[in-house]
Design a protein around this ligand. Structure first.
Ligand SMILES: *[C@@H]1O[C@H](CO)[C@@H](O)[C@H](O)[C@H]1NC(C)=O
Ligand SMILES: *[C@@H]1O[C@H](CO)[C@@H](O)[C@H](O)[C@H]1NC(C)=O
Ligand SMILES: *[C@@H]1O[C@H](CO)[C@@H](O)[C@H](O)[C@H]1NC(C)=O
Ligand SMILES: *[C@@H]1O[C@H](CO)[C@@H](O)[C@H](O)[C@H]1NC(C)=O
Ligand SMILES: *[C@@H]1O[C@H](CO)[C@@H](O)[C@H](O)[C@H]1NC(C)=O
Ligand SMILES: *[C@@H]1O[C@H](CO)[C@@H](O)[C@H](O)[C@H]1NC(C)=O
Ligand SMILES: *[C@@H]1O[C@H](CO)[C@@H](O)[C@H](O)[C@H]1NC(C)=O
Ligand SMILES: *[C@@H]1O[C@H](CO)[C@@H](O)[C@H](O)[C@H]1NC(C)=O
Ligand SMILES: *[C@@H]1O[C@H](CO)[C@@H](O)[C@H](O)[C@H]1NC(C)=O
Length: 816
């Protein structure tokens, strides 16, 4: 293998060491040889010697490194100042570290002057893109202080240190660098640890660190940064990271000196907002203190200097009047956090409270007026987020209040885009929150009906870390009111520029209302299940899509949701589910879907999680859709989506009945037997479905055995109401029990238009369970009791279907 002659002049005072690198231990066959018979693991060549070095292996750069140390002692005799050369010029191609160890008297200043493109400081763990790194330390007697590590290409043009300096230049083995890139000069005392000079030619930024960063700055030391900035540019200083030591005497501080700006040095704490918009050159000094020996702490500072063109030449200031607001905080900050690219300059947007106090982000609090201006090439880079808290700890003081959840004009009118406005509604457990949108009403964002407005509301209710995400809502829908428990967070998010206009017409209000007490607790295992009620008052022309909360993860266990859906007058609502079953299996409790029209003696449709969901239902009155969850066996939770459409109800009641009779006749011709059961029910026999007392431990009904337990007063009522006349009911057997999958007559399943198929019966409902049915008769009655209508799915039965009633075992479960 080739050999490298290394000759060191005695005068140069250079020592060359070749040794294993820190990363991979060299294999036995990769030794360093100076003669064919003398191979070793380490080799040190001292000044005045000449050696021919060769390696036993082909790729020594993988294992070995070379260190070239030059001692320069200026304390006795002349110093070789001037340009520093990379000597000796021929070296094996290994990772190289050139070390210049300059010793000087304590009061002598040594200046390292870098050639362009100068240096850029990096953190101790960072690497340079070209792997060429300068590490500079000051060394006085035995004390070494790390001034910093630097890459090429930056703003650091000179570094002065007091006393000795150690400069280490690390080059990768394949580097072609031939010059050290700096020279050393002798200067008078600088009276401090060091001075780092940064020269800015144009818009740019620099990150700089205190000596020894991230370790502690030496006790009672002084360090100065000099900034050379063209007079037409402005510099701003931002502390990015700092910590303080425990001072026994004096105070840690930074001092600014700017001949063009301050008349005298200005002192800031590290915690202060540092000055911005400084014209021209300035100095920044970090002064340490005398530490408390017991607990010295660490003084360190990482800061950034941003130099850019002055913006806001027009001197526009904005007055933000938050004096009438309460518990509101408004933050203006960059759209995206700064990229962290040390080399790439991104112009910063600064927000200034006065010409000298600027920062990247400001937080404005309510109760006062704020005057701000922006130093920014484009306000597009900024965003506003705001948070307002509305709390009610005692209903006596807040029950009557209606709080407008609107973005104050002072914020919506700013030229900066509002990103988010968050209302935090806080209340104890016994107080509910009601959110209203009386005029615009809310639409729930679903796949089938997406929000396309310029803003939307995300609504989340939170108790002790658990969240119930009601979903995304936007104005222009059918939801008039949402009543919920727990602390609520409403986040208004804006999309595009449209909010500027739309903000004039916001319509969201809230109030605190008493906790809905009583029997409406669907689940007994948890005293206060989360629950929310949506009041939906749709427009006849709309389609309404509604989703259970926590759509993606599913409704949490034991949570119940209710929708109070208004059917516009002269309309029939068609309620459909997007899937045909709940798709969950319960471990504890049962999951229910209950649907019932809001009128006396209305018949109720109930489905348990092990049953199919109802086929589309037609509702003639306002109705409830209630969904309550059990504790599912596995992770799969309940997620249901409803779909409500409207069809005009054209015919009057008597006509409908006639039509039903006619229809029944017609249907019987094709083999469907329709019968009607008149059932008389007392009001007392009108239990509420799926509702039982929260305070009593539940006894779950057996599979399909619905029991109404009357032994205990106020007991868990599990029976199914059916106070209706059953008009036609055919049942299909499956699994030996009465199948719930009796098809519902679906006259309106076609496309919805203004002329629905006729004749519409009063109610096409599936009678899930029939309690105490009696008096089968083929006659509609003239009162307004609802009718349930069903036909057999199979037409093959050819009239063979008997006029059977639901099987007895089903009956037994229903009524004791
Ligand atoms: C040489 O330097 C490179 C880059 O810093 C490093 O990855 C490699 O491990 C070094 N080689 C040795 C032998 O230390
Ligand atoms: C360094 O400069 C100072 C004056 O600036 C001078 O007194 C001193 O002799 C110089 N030392 C060397 C070693 O050149
Ligand atoms: C803005 O203020 C600066 C300094 O106060 C002044 O020089 C400049 O003329 C002002 N610009 C306008 C448009 O008023
Ligand atoms: C120096 O940095 C600038 C960006 O800060 C970059 O455009 C340029 O290419 C770099 N030059 C070298 C030699 O790396
Ligand atoms: C600016 O943002 C940072 C982090 O995002 C935060 O620590 C700081 O408190 C904010 N400053 C102001 C004035 O809001
Ligand atoms: C939003 O969607 C509705 C229908 O869903 C449509 O009528 C309306 O024009 C859309 N608006 C915009 C701004 O796209
Ligand atoms: C709402 O939050 C407040 C304070 O954060 C807490 O005291 C209260 O208990 C919370 N209410 C509920 C229902 O979790
Ligand atoms: C259902 O909503 C309608 C319309 O807002 C309302 O009038 C009615 O009182 C509500 N029903 C119940 C039981 O809350
Ligand atoms: C649905 O829930 C509401 C409120 O929780 C209750 O008033 C109503 O009676 C329930 N209806 C049904 C059919 O369960």
């Amino acid at each position: 293998y080739s050999s490298f002659p290394i000759s060191l002049h005695a005068m140069d005072n250079i020592t060359v060491t070749i040794k294993p690198g820190p990363s991979v231990p060299p294999p036995q066959y990769c030794k360093i040889c100076i003669r064919s018979n003398r191979c070793q693991n380490n080799l040190t060549i001292t000044a005045g010697r000449n050696e021919n070095v060769s390696f036993q292996c082909r790729t020594p750069e993988k294992y070995l490194v070379i260190e070239i140390r030059k001692n320069i002692d200026c304390r006795s005799g002349p110093c070789p100042f001037g340009e520093v050369h990379l000597q000796p010029s021929t070296l094996p191609r290994l990772n190289r570290t050139f070390i210049w160890d300059v010793k000087a008297n304590k009061n002598v200043g040594l200046e390292l002057k870098f050639l362009t493109p100068w240096l850029r400081q990096i953190g101790p763990a960072d690497t340079c893109p070209d792997l060429i790194t300068y590490k500079i330390s000051s060394s006085v007697d035995t004390t070494t202080v790390n001034i910093g590590s630097f890459c090429r290409n930056g703003t650091v043009s000179r570094i002065k240190v007091q006393g000795g300096v150690v400069m280490a230049l690390q080059l990768p083995w394949n580097s072609v660098l031939t010059t050290s890139g700096f020279n050393i000069a002798n200067r008078s005392s600088i009276k401090r640890l060091c001075i780092i000079e940064s020269t800015f030619k144009g818009e740019s930024s620099a990150k700089l660190m205190s000596a020894n960063y991230p370790l502690g700055f030496p006790e009672d030391e002084l360090m100065t940064w000099k900034f050379v900035v063209p007079s037409h540019l402005r510099a701003s200083v931002f502390v990015r990271n700092y910590s303080l030591s425990n001072c026994e005497r004096k105070e840690e501080r930074v001092e600014y000196y700017s001949p063009g700006w301050f008349s005298s040095p200005e002192v800031f704490k590290l915690s202060d907002t540092q000055p911005a918009n400084i014209p021209g050159n300035f100095d920044l000094s970090l002064q340490g203190c005398d530490h408390d020996d017991q607990n010295p702490g660490i003084l360190r500072l990482l800061f950034q200097v941003i130099v850019q063109h002055p913006h806001n030449e027009a001197n526009v200031t904005y007055l933000i009047d938050l004096s009438k607001e309460k518990d509101l905080s408004v933050t203006i900050q960059p759209k995206s956090p700064s990229g962290g690219h040390l080399s790439l300059f991104e112009p910063e947007c600064l927000i200034c409270k006065d010409p000298r106090t600027c920062s990247r982000n400001v937080t404005l609090t309510s109760g006062t007026m704020h005057e701000i201006s922006f130093l920014c090439s484009s306000l597009e880079h900024l965003r506003i987020t705001a948070e307002k808290t509305i709390a009610c700890w005692n209903l006596r003081y807040c029950q009557r209040n209606i709080y407008a959840l609107t973005v104050p004009r002072a914020i919506s009118q700013l030229p900066v885009r509002l990103d988010k406005f968050i209302w935090k509604l806080l209340a104890p457990e016994e107080i509910n929150v009601e959110i209203m949108s009386p005029s615009l009403k809310l639409q729930q964002h679903t796949q089938d009906q997406r929000c396309n407005t310029s803003y939307s509301y995300g609504i989340v209710s939170t108790t002790t870390g658990k969240e119930l995400n009601l979903g995304i809502f936007c104005p222009g829908g059918s939801i008039e009111k949402i009543q919920m428990r727990d602390n609520i967070t409403i986040s208004l998010k804006t999309f595009g520029r449209g909010f500027l206009n739309d903000s004039l017409n916001q319509d969201l209000k809230m109030s605190f209302v008493p906790f809905i007490k009583g029997k409406v607790v669907i689940c007994s295992l948890i005293p206060f299940p989360k629950e929310c009620i949506f009041t939906v008052t749709p427009d006849p022309k709309t389609q309404v899509y509604l989703r259970t909360p926590n759509w993606l993860e599913g409704l949490p266990p034991y949570v119940s949701v209710s929708w109070n859906i208004t059917v516009p007058s002269k309309q029939v609502a068609r309620l459909a589910f997007l899937k045909d079953r709940m798709d969950i299996a319960c471990e504890t409790g049962r999951a229910y879907v209950n649907i019932k029209e809001q009128k006396p003696k209305a018949e109720e449709t109930v489905r348990r999680e092990d049953e199919l969901l109802p086929e589309p239902l037609h509702m003639y009155h306002h109705f409830w859709v209630n969904i309550s969850n059990c504790k599912p066996v596995n992770k799969k939770q309940l997620s249901l989506q409803l779909w409500v459409t409207f069809i005009q109800q054209k015919t009057a009641l008597p006509v409908i009945i006639a039509a039903v009779v006619g229809g029944a006749v017609a249907l019987s011709v094709i083999g469907i037997i329709i019968f009607c059961v008149r059932k008389k029910m007392k009001e007392s026999q009108n239990p509420v479905v799926g509702i039982y007392n929260a305070n009593i431990k539940t006894q779950m009904p057996g599979n399909r055995a619905f029991k109404k337990r009357r032994k205990e007063n106020d007991s868990h009522v599990y029976a199914v109401i059916d106070d209706a006349m059953v008009y036609g009911h055919l049942l299909k057997e499956s699994n030996g029990s009465v199948a719930p999958e009796v098809d519902v007559y679906r006259p309106f399943d076609g496309p919805m238009d203004d002329t629905p198929p006729t004749p519409p019966p009063i109610s096409f409902k599936k009678a899930t369970k029939v309690s105490n049915p009696e008096e089968p008769l083929l006659c509609p009655v003239m009162d307004s009791e609802p009718y349930t209508f069903a036909h057999h799915t199979s037409l093959n039965n050819d009239g063979d279907v008997s006029m059977s009633l639901p099987e007895n075992k089903e009956q037994e479960g229903l009524v004791e």
